[in-house]
Design a protein around this ligand. Structure first.
Ligand code: HEM
Length: 315
Protein backbone atom coordinates (compact mmCIF):
# COMPACT_ATOMS: atom_id res chain seq x y z
CA UNK A 1 0.00 0.00 0.00
CA UNK A 2 1.33 3.44 -0.86
CA UNK A 3 2.24 5.90 1.84
CA UNK A 4 -0.48 8.32 0.74
CA UNK A 5 -3.14 5.58 0.96
CA UNK A 6 -2.14 4.85 4.54
CA UNK A 7 -2.27 8.55 5.28
CA UNK A 8 -5.66 9.02 3.68
CA UNK A 9 -7.07 5.94 5.41
CA UNK A 10 -5.84 7.16 8.76
CA UNK A 11 -7.40 10.58 8.06
CA UNK A 12 -10.65 8.84 7.09
CA UNK A 13 -10.50 6.89 10.35
CA UNK A 14 -10.02 10.09 12.32
CA UNK A 15 -12.99 11.67 10.55
CA UNK A 16 -15.21 8.71 11.39
CA UNK A 17 -13.99 8.78 14.97
CA UNK A 18 -14.84 12.47 15.24
CA UNK A 19 -18.31 12.06 13.70
CA UNK A 20 -19.25 8.97 15.69
CA UNK A 21 -17.75 10.52 18.85
CA UNK A 22 -19.88 13.65 18.53
CA UNK A 23 -22.97 11.56 17.81
CA UNK A 24 -22.25 9.51 20.95
CA UNK A 25 -22.01 12.78 22.92
CA UNK A 26 -25.59 13.53 21.80
CA UNK A 27 -26.60 10.02 22.87
CA UNK A 28 -25.05 10.67 26.29
CA UNK A 29 -27.15 13.83 26.77
CA UNK A 30 -30.37 12.02 25.86
CA UNK A 31 -29.48 8.98 27.97
CA UNK A 32 -28.61 11.18 30.96
CA UNK A 33 -31.87 13.15 30.74
CA UNK A 34 -33.87 9.90 30.57
CA UNK A 35 -31.98 8.33 33.46
CA UNK A 36 -32.23 11.39 35.70
CA UNK A 37 -35.92 10.50 36.07
CA UNK A 38 -34.68 7.65 38.29
CA UNK A 39 -33.69 10.09 41.01
CA UNK A 40 -35.77 13.20 40.26
CA UNK A 41 -39.22 11.61 40.49
CA UNK A 42 -40.10 9.67 43.63
CA UNK A 43 -42.17 6.58 44.38
CA UNK A 44 -44.79 5.11 42.06
CA UNK A 45 -44.78 8.27 39.88
CA UNK A 46 -41.04 7.87 39.26
CA UNK A 47 -41.45 4.19 38.49
CA UNK A 48 -44.22 4.94 36.00
CA UNK A 49 -42.32 7.81 34.37
CA UNK A 50 -39.18 5.70 33.89
CA UNK A 51 -40.91 2.53 32.69
CA UNK A 52 -43.11 4.49 30.28
CA UNK A 53 -39.98 6.23 28.99
CA UNK A 54 -38.23 2.85 28.51
CA UNK A 55 -41.31 1.53 26.68
CA UNK A 56 -41.31 4.57 24.39
CA UNK A 57 -37.58 4.18 23.72
CA UNK A 58 -38.02 0.56 22.66
CA UNK A 59 -41.23 0.99 20.64
CA UNK A 60 -40.91 4.30 18.78
CA UNK A 61 -39.66 3.53 15.21
CA UNK A 62 -37.50 6.68 15.00
CA UNK A 63 -35.81 5.93 18.35
CA UNK A 64 -35.31 2.32 17.25
CA UNK A 65 -33.35 3.54 14.21
CA UNK A 66 -31.37 5.94 16.45
CA UNK A 67 -30.56 3.01 18.75
CA UNK A 68 -29.07 1.04 15.86
CA UNK A 69 -27.05 4.11 14.81
CA UNK A 70 -25.80 4.25 18.43
CA UNK A 71 -24.69 0.60 18.47
CA UNK A 72 -22.94 0.98 15.09
CA UNK A 73 -21.29 4.22 16.25
CA UNK A 74 -19.95 2.55 19.40
CA UNK A 75 -18.49 -0.31 17.36
CA UNK A 76 -17.05 1.99 14.66
CA UNK A 77 -15.61 4.40 17.21
CA UNK A 78 -13.99 1.59 19.21
CA UNK A 79 -12.64 -0.39 16.23
CA UNK A 80 -11.28 2.71 14.46
CA UNK A 81 -9.71 3.87 17.73
CA UNK A 82 -7.93 0.56 18.24
CA UNK A 83 -6.78 0.46 14.58
CA UNK A 84 -5.46 4.02 14.81
CA UNK A 85 -3.56 3.25 18.00
CA UNK A 86 -1.98 0.19 16.34
CA UNK A 87 -1.18 2.22 13.20
CA UNK A 88 0.48 4.96 15.28
CA UNK A 89 2.54 2.44 17.18
CA UNK A 90 3.66 0.72 13.94
CA UNK A 91 4.55 4.06 12.38
CA UNK A 92 6.93 4.71 15.27
CA UNK A 93 8.20 1.27 16.37
CA UNK A 94 11.31 2.62 18.11
CA UNK A 95 10.79 4.96 21.00
CA UNK A 96 12.47 8.31 20.71
CA UNK A 97 15.72 8.47 22.62
CA UNK A 98 14.51 11.47 24.48
CA UNK A 99 11.00 10.57 25.39
CA UNK A 100 9.13 13.21 27.33
CA UNK A 101 5.54 12.90 26.09
CA UNK A 102 4.06 15.16 28.74
CA UNK A 103 5.92 18.01 27.15
CA UNK A 104 4.02 17.50 23.88
CA UNK A 105 0.57 16.36 24.90
CA UNK A 106 -1.62 16.20 27.95
CA UNK A 107 -2.07 12.83 29.66
CA UNK A 108 -5.56 12.04 28.29
CA UNK A 109 -4.41 12.57 24.69
CA UNK A 110 -1.79 9.84 25.03
CA UNK A 111 -4.07 7.55 26.92
CA UNK A 112 -7.18 7.91 24.74
CA UNK A 113 -7.01 4.29 23.55
CA UNK A 114 -6.62 2.99 27.11
CA UNK A 115 -9.46 5.18 28.42
CA UNK A 116 -11.63 4.26 25.42
CA UNK A 117 -11.06 0.54 25.99
CA UNK A 118 -12.02 0.92 29.67
CA UNK A 119 -15.25 2.69 28.60
CA UNK A 120 -15.96 -0.10 26.11
CA UNK A 121 -15.59 -2.69 28.89
CA UNK A 122 -17.95 -0.59 31.04
CA UNK A 123 -20.51 -0.40 28.20
CA UNK A 124 -20.40 -4.19 27.69
CA UNK A 125 -20.95 -4.86 31.44
CA UNK A 126 -23.60 -2.12 31.59
CA UNK A 127 -25.56 -3.40 28.60
CA UNK A 128 -25.35 -7.00 29.88
CA UNK A 129 -26.93 -5.88 33.16
CA UNK A 130 -29.77 -3.72 31.88
CA UNK A 131 -30.24 -3.68 28.12
CA UNK A 132 -29.71 -7.42 27.57
CA UNK A 133 -31.98 -8.38 30.45
CA UNK A 134 -34.68 -6.08 29.15
CA UNK A 135 -34.48 -7.00 25.49
CA UNK A 136 -33.04 -10.44 24.91
CA UNK A 137 -32.71 -12.53 28.07
CA UNK A 138 -34.59 -15.82 27.85
CA UNK A 139 -35.75 -15.18 31.43
CA UNK A 140 -39.08 -13.35 31.44
CA UNK A 141 -38.54 -9.83 32.77
CA UNK A 142 -41.12 -9.00 35.47
CA UNK A 143 -43.71 -6.41 34.49
CA UNK A 144 -44.54 -3.24 36.40
CA UNK A 145 -47.06 -3.96 39.14
CA UNK A 146 -48.55 -1.83 41.91
CA UNK A 147 -50.61 -2.58 44.97
CA UNK A 148 -54.13 -1.24 45.52
CA UNK A 149 -56.22 -1.44 48.65
CA UNK A 150 -59.80 -1.36 47.38
CA UNK A 151 -62.21 -0.72 50.27
CA UNK A 152 -64.43 -3.61 49.25
CA UNK A 153 -61.69 -6.26 49.40
CA UNK A 154 -61.04 -8.21 52.51
CA UNK A 155 -57.38 -8.60 51.55
CA UNK A 156 -55.43 -6.51 54.08
CA UNK A 157 -52.19 -6.78 52.11
CA UNK A 158 -53.80 -5.29 49.03
CA UNK A 159 -54.18 -6.54 45.47
CA UNK A 160 -51.22 -6.55 43.09
CA UNK A 161 -52.22 -5.08 39.75
CA UNK A 162 -50.38 -4.98 36.41
CA UNK A 163 -49.73 -1.47 35.12
CA UNK A 164 -50.83 -1.79 31.48
CA UNK A 165 -50.35 0.43 28.43
CA UNK A 166 -54.13 0.62 27.91
CA UNK A 167 -54.83 1.52 31.56
CA UNK A 168 -56.78 -1.73 32.02
CA UNK A 169 -56.45 -2.99 35.61
CA UNK A 170 -55.49 -6.66 35.63
CA UNK A 171 -54.78 -8.48 38.88
CA UNK A 172 -51.52 -10.41 39.07
CA UNK A 173 -53.16 -13.77 39.59
CA UNK A 174 -53.23 -17.28 38.21
CA UNK A 175 -55.77 -16.02 35.71
CA UNK A 176 -53.12 -14.19 33.69
CA UNK A 177 -49.64 -15.02 32.55
CA UNK A 178 -46.91 -12.94 30.94
CA UNK A 179 -45.29 -14.15 27.73
CA UNK A 180 -43.55 -12.74 24.63
CA UNK A 181 -41.80 -9.95 26.52
CA UNK A 182 -44.57 -7.73 27.84
CA UNK A 183 -47.82 -9.33 26.72
CA UNK A 184 -50.41 -10.46 29.24
CA UNK A 185 -52.46 -13.49 28.23
CA UNK A 186 -55.29 -15.46 29.78
CA UNK A 187 -53.43 -18.34 31.37
CA UNK A 188 -53.91 -21.60 29.44
CA UNK A 189 -53.65 -23.57 32.65
CA UNK A 190 -56.23 -21.41 34.43
CA UNK A 191 -58.68 -21.63 31.51
CA UNK A 192 -58.36 -25.41 31.34
CA UNK A 193 -59.01 -25.69 35.09
CA UNK A 194 -62.03 -23.38 34.84
CA UNK A 195 -63.51 -25.46 32.04
CA UNK A 196 -62.81 -28.72 33.91
CA UNK A 197 -64.36 -27.25 37.09
CA UNK A 198 -67.47 -26.07 35.25
CA UNK A 199 -67.88 -29.51 33.65
CA UNK A 200 -67.53 -31.19 37.00
CA UNK A 201 -70.36 -29.02 38.30
CA UNK A 202 -72.44 -30.41 35.47
CA UNK A 203 -72.40 -27.37 33.21
CA UNK A 204 -72.78 -28.14 29.53
CA UNK A 205 -69.70 -26.79 27.80
CA UNK A 206 -69.03 -27.30 24.15
CA UNK A 207 -65.30 -27.98 23.84
CA UNK A 208 -65.33 -26.52 20.32
CA UNK A 209 -66.15 -23.12 21.82
CA UNK A 210 -62.80 -23.13 23.60
CA UNK A 211 -60.76 -24.81 20.95
CA UNK A 212 -58.95 -21.62 20.00
CA UNK A 213 -59.59 -19.74 23.18
CA UNK A 214 -57.22 -21.60 25.42
CA UNK A 215 -54.30 -20.28 23.41
CA UNK A 216 -52.90 -16.81 22.98
CA UNK A 217 -55.82 -14.78 24.27
CA UNK A 218 -53.92 -11.55 24.61
CA UNK A 219 -55.57 -9.22 27.07
CA UNK A 220 -53.15 -6.34 27.43
CA UNK A 221 -49.58 -5.13 27.18
CA UNK A 222 -47.64 -4.31 30.32
CA UNK A 223 -44.57 -2.19 30.98
CA UNK A 224 -41.32 -4.04 31.70
CA UNK A 225 -40.17 -3.01 35.17
CA UNK A 226 -36.77 -1.59 34.24
CA UNK A 227 -37.00 0.84 37.16
CA UNK A 228 -36.97 -2.01 39.70
CA UNK A 229 -34.17 -3.76 37.79
CA UNK A 230 -31.94 -0.67 38.15
CA UNK A 231 -32.87 -0.12 41.82
CA UNK A 232 -32.23 -3.80 42.69
CA UNK A 233 -28.87 -3.57 40.88
CA UNK A 234 -27.82 -0.72 43.19
CA UNK A 235 -28.94 -2.51 46.34
CA UNK A 236 -32.67 -1.88 46.85
CA UNK A 237 -34.90 -4.75 47.89
CA UNK A 238 -37.14 -5.42 44.90
CA UNK A 239 -37.91 -9.08 45.69
CA UNK A 240 -41.67 -8.43 45.70
CA UNK A 241 -41.40 -7.09 42.17
CA UNK A 242 -39.55 -10.27 41.15
CA UNK A 243 -35.95 -9.00 41.06
CA UNK A 244 -32.96 -10.42 42.89
CA UNK A 245 -31.27 -7.82 45.06
CA UNK A 246 -27.62 -7.28 44.23
CA UNK A 247 -25.64 -8.61 47.17
CA UNK A 248 -22.64 -6.43 46.28
CA UNK A 249 -24.11 -3.06 45.37
CA UNK A 250 -20.88 -1.34 46.53
CA UNK A 251 -19.06 -3.04 43.67
CA UNK A 252 -21.66 -1.78 41.18
CA UNK A 253 -21.38 1.70 42.66
CA UNK A 254 -17.58 1.75 42.41
CA UNK A 255 -17.71 0.44 38.82
CA UNK A 256 -20.11 3.20 37.78
CA UNK A 257 -18.38 6.06 39.57
CA UNK A 258 -14.87 5.06 38.41
CA UNK A 259 -16.10 4.55 34.85
CA UNK A 260 -17.57 8.05 34.88
CA UNK A 261 -14.18 9.46 35.94
CA UNK A 262 -12.63 7.61 32.99
CA UNK A 263 -15.39 8.89 30.68
CA UNK A 264 -14.73 12.43 31.88
CA UNK A 265 -11.02 12.25 30.96
CA UNK A 266 -11.84 10.64 27.62
CA UNK A 267 -14.30 13.42 26.77
CA UNK A 268 -11.93 16.19 27.93
CA UNK A 269 -9.59 15.38 25.11
CA UNK A 270 -12.07 13.89 22.64
CA UNK A 271 -14.61 16.69 22.47
CA UNK A 272 -12.40 19.55 21.25
CA UNK A 273 -10.18 17.18 19.29
CA UNK A 274 -13.22 16.06 17.24
CA UNK A 275 -13.90 19.65 16.18
CA UNK A 276 -10.25 20.04 15.22
CA UNK A 277 -10.31 16.86 13.11
CA UNK A 278 -13.42 18.08 11.30
CA UNK A 279 -11.55 21.29 10.49
CA UNK A 280 -13.78 23.48 12.63
CA UNK A 281 -11.05 25.82 13.70
CA UNK A 282 -11.99 29.42 14.25
CA UNK A 283 -10.02 32.15 15.98
CA UNK A 284 -13.13 33.48 17.68
CA UNK A 285 -15.22 30.31 18.30
CA UNK A 286 -12.62 27.62 19.06
CA UNK A 287 -11.93 28.93 22.60
CA UNK A 288 -15.71 28.72 23.30
CA UNK A 289 -15.88 25.19 21.86
CA UNK A 290 -12.98 24.22 24.17
CA UNK A 291 -14.72 25.76 27.20
CA UNK A 292 -18.01 24.08 26.32
CA UNK A 293 -16.14 20.78 25.82
CA UNK A 294 -14.56 21.08 29.25
CA UNK A 295 -17.91 21.84 30.93
CA UNK A 296 -19.56 18.95 29.02
CA UNK A 297 -16.77 16.53 30.02
CA UNK A 298 -17.28 17.31 33.69
CA UNK A 299 -21.05 17.82 33.95
CA UNK A 300 -22.30 14.86 31.89
CA UNK A 301 -20.23 12.16 33.69
CA UNK A 302 -21.00 13.88 37.01
CA UNK A 303 -24.73 13.70 36.22
CA UNK A 304 -24.39 9.98 35.42
CA UNK A 305 -22.32 9.29 38.57
CA UNK A 306 -24.86 11.00 40.84
CA UNK A 307 -27.62 8.56 39.76
CA UNK A 308 -26.16 5.32 41.28
CA UNK A 309 -24.86 7.28 44.28
CA UNK A 310 -28.36 8.60 45.11
CA UNK A 311 -30.01 5.23 44.45
CA UNK A 312 -27.46 3.44 46.65
CA UNK A 313 -27.77 5.95 49.49
CA UNK A 314 -31.57 5.75 49.53
CA UNK A 315 -31.72 1.96 49.78
C1 HEM B 1 -25.90 5.90 36.05
C2 HEM B 1 -25.73 5.77 34.84
C3 HEM B 1 -26.54 4.94 33.90
C4 HEM B 1 -27.74 4.29 34.08
C5 HEM B 1 -28.60 4.20 35.33
C6 HEM B 1 -28.07 3.66 32.82
C7 HEM B 1 -29.19 2.89 32.58
C8 HEM B 1 -29.46 2.25 31.40
C9 HEM B 1 -30.60 1.40 31.17
C10 HEM B 1 -31.68 1.14 32.21
C11 HEM B 1 -30.53 0.94 29.90
C12 HEM B 1 -31.52 0.00 29.17
C13 HEM B 1 -32.70 0.77 28.66
C14 HEM B 1 -32.41 1.68 27.54
O1 HEM B 1 -32.04 1.20 26.46
O2 HEM B 1 -32.60 2.90 27.73
C15 HEM B 1 -29.34 1.48 29.30
C16 HEM B 1 -28.93 1.28 28.01
C17 HEM B 1 -27.75 1.74 27.49
N1 HEM B 1 -26.78 2.46 28.14
FE1 HEM B 1 -26.93 3.21 30.01
N2 HEM B 1 -27.08 3.96 31.90
C18 HEM B 1 -26.12 4.73 32.53
C19 HEM B 1 -24.96 5.23 31.99
C20 HEM B 1 -24.50 4.95 30.72
C21 HEM B 1 -23.27 5.46 30.14
C22 HEM B 1 -22.31 6.39 30.87
C23 HEM B 1 -23.17 4.95 28.90
C24 HEM B 1 -22.10 5.14 27.88
C25 HEM B 1 -20.87 5.46 28.13
C26 HEM B 1 -24.33 4.12 28.67
C27 HEM B 1 -24.59 3.43 27.52
C28 HEM B 1 -25.75 2.72 27.26
C29 HEM B 1 -26.08 2.14 25.97
C30 HEM B 1 -25.23 2.22 24.70
C31 HEM B 1 -27.34 1.53 26.11
C32 HEM B 1 -28.18 0.85 25.02
C33 HEM B 1 -29.07 1.96 24.47
C34 HEM B 1 -30.09 1.58 23.43
O3 HEM B 1 -30.53 0.44 23.37
O4 HEM B 1 -30.45 2.49 22.66
N3 HEM B 1 -25.13 4.15 29.80
N4 HEM B 1 -28.69 2.26 30.25
Amino acid sequence: MSKSAILSSSIAKKYWMALTGLFLCLFLVGHLLGNLQLILIDGEDGKRAFNEYAYFMTHNPFIKVLSYVTYISILFHAIDGILLAIQNKKARPVNYQYNNPSANSKLPARQMAVLGSAILIFIVIHMANFWWKMKYSSKQMPLHTYVVYPPQTANPSGDTIYYTTSGMQLPKSAQFEVRDGNKIYISDEWLKNEIAGAKMQGQQIDDKMFENKDKNVEIAEGYKDLHSLVFAFFGHDRAEEGFETNTMPELALILYVLSMVVLSFHLMHGFSSAFQTLGINHRKYTPYIKKFGMAFSILVPLGFAIIPIVIYLTK
